[in-house]
Design a protein around this ligand. Structure first.
Ligand SMILES: [Mg+2]
Length: 181
């Protein structure tokens, strides 16, 4: 049987992680449900959008664009500076949780990794069932959502995790390319 690979990707990682941290610290605003971005210095109005909330996205705000542009599209945008120390901590927690499920993990960025499902396949009824279980466990234990892409090839698993977001599982097996792409 072919290998099965998961690509696990945190939805708007910087935004989600900063949002959760503010809530833990007593804020009553959840950055995930208002037009908000993570980006450079608001006072100086420089820097680029590093991550955006779904409401910000609906104003046409895109990751990588200058903050001045984003503010033109959405003048009431909340801008939060990045906290890389926090992100690295959340990243470690996520990878530790995933490692407990299956140690065959290859981390590719602060919020993304591949997991080889093949060695744990007997524990689950299907790859999709396993992916949903993993996704729910992350949400329950760590408080944020991920997308999981499933495929027989890494590059396709990564493409699948980028299909509709957030909080979803998608497959893109080699034999599904024509149908899904
Ligand atoms: Mg991500």
């Amino acid at each position: 049987m072919d290998k099965i690979i998961f690509h696990i990707d945190v939805n708007s990682a910087y935004l989600s992680w900063s949002a959760l941290e503010k809530l833990y610290n007593g804020s009553d605003t959840d950055l995930r449900v208002i037009p908000a971005i993570i980006g450079g210095d608001m006072a100086k109005r420089h820097g680029v959008v590093l991550a955006k909330s779904i409401p910000a996205k609906s104003y046409g705000v895109t990751t990588g664009e200058p903050i001045v542009n984003a503010l033109r599209k959405c003048p009431n945008l909340t801008i939060e500076p990045p906290d890389h120390k926090l992100y690295s901590l959340r990243s470690k927690e996520l990878m530790a949780l995933l490692y407990d499920i299956c140690p065959d993990i290859e981390q590719v960025s602060v919020d993304e990794c591949y997991m080889d499902y093949t060695p744990i396949r007997r524990q689950y009824t299907s790859p999709e069932a396993a992916a949903h279980m993993i996704k729910e466990q992350i949400k329950e234990k760590l408080g944020f959502t991920v997308n999981i892409g499933i495929s027989d090839r890494k590059v396709l698993a990564k493409m699948a995790s980028d299909f509709r977001k957030p909080n979803l599982v998608h497959t893109l097996y080699s034999y599904e390319i024509e149908e899904k792409m």
